[in-house]
Write a protein that binds this ligand. Structure first.
Ligand code: SAM
Length: 306
């Protein structure tokens, strides 16, 4: 990571205002998100009588734009954030349904019951629970059910990893693993080849959009197979599997170096501030002659013969 990258990242970490503005801009994209979803659905799609799941629905940024469709279909919003679900229950339910889930599956809703699920900007942040949740969504869908899931990589590498995008070095590379959700959560970069290889074992990949909101949007149809997380995680016989894991280790090493540099700087700053504070205090100034006398006495003692 270059010094310039470090400074940019440090700025991003320290500027809470920027983060709040980014969230606001994201929330305002709800109508565009709805349009992107509708655009991806098959031409003959109708919401009539359908059961629909918004997995990782957050604040209901997308769901709240489907109130008209909720006359004809049943919509469920699910999220791990209790405060999001409470707010959604107060604001949109009924006609919507909102439920809190745990960090790990299962969800507790009926398997084979949903016609459509979407996960917007969710698999972009899930880490060890990513594949287990994909398998859970596969189980929740009816035979032939549709899933729209977004993933990031190509347009996020500079920002997230501080390096240009290299498709051959990214499979599912997890960055900022310990980042809290109040700071956007961890980041999972994925490449097209990896999504096709791994998600493709559970879903037929019907369409992948070009850039929409700096993400890929994949329209997937449930394959008629039973899959486990282990089935989906198994590496392909493709050298990029190894290269991407090795590169992810390198990325994590750079993140650790960066964190260490920030911590060291913080320690120096805190020590300096503490020293300034006590050296400016009245008691420190009043007792200065005593400390000087003690220093002189020590030096005289060390010079006198034993
Ligand atoms: C970047 S936000 C996107 C929210 C929403 N889909 C949208 O487009 O506005 C990611 C969401 O995933 C949720 N999330 C994180 N881990 C989750 C999990 N294990 N199960 C369900 N939701 C999760 C977070 O609480 C957050 O609301």
């Amino acid at each position: 990571m270059t010094r310039e990258n470090m400074e940019q990242l440090r700025g991003a970490y320290e500027d809470g205002g920027q983060l709040a503005a980014a969230y606001q801009a994201w929330e305002a994209k709800g109508p565009e998100t709805k349009s992107a979803l509708l655009e991806l659905l098959p031409d003959d799609w109708s919401f009539d009588g359908k059961l629909v799941l918004d997995f990782g629905c957050g604040t209901g940024r997308t769901l709240r734009h489907f109130l008209a469709e909720a006359d004809a279909a049943e919509f469920w919003g699910v999220d791990v954030g209790a405060e999001y679900i409470k707010a959604l229950q107060d604001a949109l339910c009924p006609p919507m349904h909102a439920m809190r889930c745990e960090v790990e599956p299962p969800l507790g809703l009926e398997y084979g019951s949903f016609d459509l699920a979407w996960a917007i900007s969710v698999f972009t942040h899930l880490t060890d629970n990513s594949i287990p949740w994909l398998v859970e969504l596969h189980r929740l869908l009816k035979p032939g059910g549709l899933l729209i899931a977004t993933y990031i990589g190509r347009w996020n590498s500079e920002y997230a990893a501080g390096e240009p995008w290299n498709e051959d070095l990214v499979g599912m590379n997890v960055l900022q693993h310990t980042n809290g959700w109040d700071r956007g959560g961890p980041i999972a970069l994925m490449s097209d080849w990896w999504v096709r290889a791994h998600w493709g074992r559970a879903f037929e990949i019907l369409e992948v959009t070009p850039r929409v909101h700096n993400m890929r949007w994949a329209l997937l149809r449930k394959r008629d197979v039973e899959v486990t997380p282990e089935d989906l995680a198994r590496p392909e016989d493709d050298p990029r599997e190894y290269l991407s894991v090795r590169h992810n280790l390198e990325q994590v090493r750079r993140e650790l170096e960066f964190t260490q540099a920030v911590c060291e700087k913080l320690i120096v700053d805190v020590r300096r501030d503490v020293r300034r504070e006590y050296e400016g205090s009245l008691s420190w100034r009043v007792t200065r002659p005593l400390r000087t006398a003690a220093r002189i006495a020590r030096s005289l003692r060390s010079r006198s013969p034993a």
